[in-house]
Design a protein around this ligand. Structure first.
Ligand SMILES: [Fe+2]
Length: 190
């Protein structure tokens, strides 16, 4: 299926309907779309692909049908419940919206805690989720300043340091520590 502005608008409408009753969530999603589009243009990535990944990233924020996932993913989500909505959103992106683009699917799947060697699109959606204009926590405002004034790598480091202090049940995923370390290496060698 062609990834066009029309396709983006169709998906956006489906997301809006799916999240009826959760208007604040939809507003957040549109903030992520705008930030992702801005960053895609700034860093040289296809803005339509960035917008499609962003608009779908929290599609399943309130879905609970864990049984749709592979056994392995189910196990991971039981241990780290904050991952469920991301894995389910990836599932619907693929199976309902017929998105086959691996970069988009990865950006949706990995938007909560990131991963090692993220693609540019994964980085864009990950950091846009934390820094979109509707985020008014002090940490998010500071991170947005870093993103706009220093760059995406510096902002990613800041967001990891900030989130690991408050992630649900204080149960940080071991990957977060590893990814943070890898970004620190990356800016040291830049
Ligand atoms: Fe989000």
């Amino acid at each position: 299926m062609e990834l066009s502005e029309e396709r983006f608008n169709e998906i956006k409408e489906a997301v809006r309907l799916h999240l009826e009753g959760h208007e604040k969530r939809f507003t957040h999603i549109m903030g992520v779309v705008r930030m992702s589009e801005y960053l895609a243009k700034k860093y040289g990535y296809d803005p339509i692909k960035a917008k499609i990944a962003a608009v779908l990233h929290d599609y399943s924020k309130y879905d609970k049908n864990i049984e749709l996932l592979s056994k392995e993913d189910q196990k991971e989500c039981i241990k780290y419940p904050f991952l469920l909505h991301a894995y389910l959103s990836e599932y619907y992106a693929k199976n309902l919206f017929k998105i086959m683009d691996k970069d988009i699917l990865n950006a949706i799947r990995n938007h909560v805690i990131g991963r090692l060697n993220m693609s540019l699109l994964e980085e864009i959606v990950f950091i846009s989720d934390f820094t979109e204009e509707g985020r008014t926590y002090e940490d998010c405002i500071k991170c947005r300043e870093i993103l706009l004034n220093k760059g995406i790598n510096e902002a990613i480091i800041y967001s990891y340091e900030a989130t690991m202090n408050h992630i649900e049940d204080n149960n940080p995923h071991p990957l977060q520590i590893e990814v943070l370390k890898s970004y620190k290496e990356k800016i040291k060698n830049a």
